[in-house]
Design a protein around this ligand. Structure first.
Ligand code: CTP
Length: 448
């Protein structure tokens, strides 16, 4: 019996998929089809798969050519499958020509001509008219996010807003955006959603006006600096049915999500302590926004990242945090340490723009601890450590580029599928972060 195997995502099952499977089956007597998991697709950069794994498997099954269906969940699985299932022929479409030649050592490799003019990507784009994203602010973070938007299908950056038209125009030229605006209302008229990356203190008003104009909002951290502003924005989003997300990229990173699941699964026992540090030295003589007198400083700049694992792992019911704030000859904190007391756990945040420390995340439990080394906010590898070091385990998932593509993909999914909205950072968690920022600013002001 001649056995054939092929793999694919088979999202929005189409004629190209059907023809490939028909021809694959005709090459032998028994066809095995490997269907990718969502997690694996995300890791290899396919960010906007629409159909669930179950639906994609059902679609492959109902077309009638597959004798067996398996799930593909990691890149090196193919060699093992070819051996395990005694495969004679590996088949894939011609878009992959050459990629799988390494399997020739184990079986015949056949690249079948791809069916012209149809793909899941095109269907996804047709299905949801591409979201026109407007960028508010034109600084470094906006540049980085822009470079990530192109990895996500179903969205494209079309416009930029900056109250200084010359800056908006220069940015639009540099990134080939169709339009540049200095009037916010005109800008909003031309987009479906906004990404806000302006100075912290301007986020609230830009987000509020965007929501009132019926536009979805992805807002850089800290989204706002006062609890009531956060509440108001989320209420507005709920009333208008719009998506509002705080852009903390780590919250969407595959490896960080895996870390949360590992910690919550009880592998390190009951969690008693979360310590998160982020420092980034910025020269104090610079005119950098980090030293802006009212809302600058290490905590407002960096603490959103550190608060993330705390609210995710220990929740939002903590007593008023205690802050130890250090200023240099500047008006803002160059180093802050914040302590959060939970009923039976503690958490610490360390942020510095004038003091350097190891940027690690450490989660301590009754059976062991999880450590992510610097830069933990770009989580790729994390270690689970036990009393006996021989038992230690290491986990890895890629976090490519600047890392924003995952949050952008979630933004798109939440816009396109209102019935399946899923916020990796919840409204309650985001509001708790605003509460911490507010408290911090009060304490810092009291001390100055
Ligand atoms: N395929 C094909 N003809 C097409 C589209 C896909 O022969 N028009 C083949 C692919 O080469 C692959 C299999 O079908 O062997 C599964 O491909 P998959 O990646 O799921 O489909 P695409 O439509 O290419 O998906 P995407 O646009 O998301 O890359």
């Amino acid at each position: 019996m001649k056995k054939v195997i092929t793999y694919g995502t088979f999202d929005l099952f189409h004629e190209g998929h059907r023809r490939l499977l028909e021809r694959a089956k005709a090459l032998g007597d028994y066809l095995i089809v490997g269907v990718t998991t969502e997690q694996y697709d995300i890791q290899r950069g396919k960010m906007n798969v629409v159909d669930s794994l179950m639906r994609r498997i059902d679609n492959v099954r109902s077309c009638g050519y597959a004798d067996e269906i398996i799930v593909e969940d990691h890149p090196s699985q193919k060699i093992g499958d070819v051996q395990k299932y005694n495969i004679d022929i590996f088949v894939v479409g011609s878009d992959w020509r050459g990629t799988f030649d390494y399997l020739k050592e184990y079986c015949e490799v056949v690249y079948l001509e791809r069916t012209k003019d149809i793909s899941s990507t095109d269907l996804r784009i047709e299905r949801n008219r591409s979201i026109r994203l407007g960028i508010v602010g034109s600084g470094r973070i906006a540049e980085r996010t822009l470079s990530e938007v192109k990895f996500v299908s179903g969205i494209s950056a079309t416009s930029v807003f900056n109250p200084r038209l010359s800056s908006a125009k220069a940015f639009a030229d540099r990134f080939e955006l169709a339009r540049a605006f200095d009037k916010y209302e005109d800008f909003l008229d031309n987009v479906d959603g906004v990404y806000i990356a302006s100075p912290h203190e301007t986020h609230y008003e830009y987000a509020r006006l965007a929501l009132l104009a019926g536009k979805h909002v992805l807002c850089e951290k800290p989204m706002v600096l006062y609890e009531n502003e956060a509440r108001e924005l989320y209420e507005l989003a709920q009333q208008t049915g719009l998506v509002l997300m705080e852009a903390i990229k780590t919250a969407y990173a595959p490896s960080f999500l895996n870390l949360l699941a590992t910690a919550k699964s009880g592998r390190i026992g009951k969690i008693y302590d979360v310590e998160a540090t982020f420092t980034k030295l910025v020269p104090s003589d610079s005119k950098a926004r980090e030293y802006s007198p009212v809302v600058g400083g290490s905590f407002t700049e960096l603490a959103s990242y550190n608060l993330l694992p705390i609210v995710k792992l220990l929740g939002t019911k903590f007593n008023d945090p205690r802050f130890e704030i250090f200023k240099d000859n500047t008006e803002v904190d160059i180093y802050t340490k914040a302590y959060f007391r939970f009923e039976d756990a503690i958490a610490t945040v360390k942020t510095g723009i004038g003091v350097k420390s190891e940027g690690q995340l450490l989660v301590s439990g009754t059976r062991g601890y999880i450590q992510v080394k610097s830069p933990w906010w770009l989580t790729r590898t994390f270690e689970v450590c036990y009393e006996n070091p021989d038992d230690n385990e290491s986990f890895y998932a890629p976090f490519p580029g600047y890392g924003m593509r995952f949050e952008i993909a979630d933004f798109v999914r939440n816009i396109n599928e209102p019935a399946r909205r899923n916020y990796k950072l919840t409204v309650e968690e985001s509001i708790a972060m605003a509460r911490v920022m507010e408290k911090f600013l009060q304490v810092r002001k009291g001390k100055s």
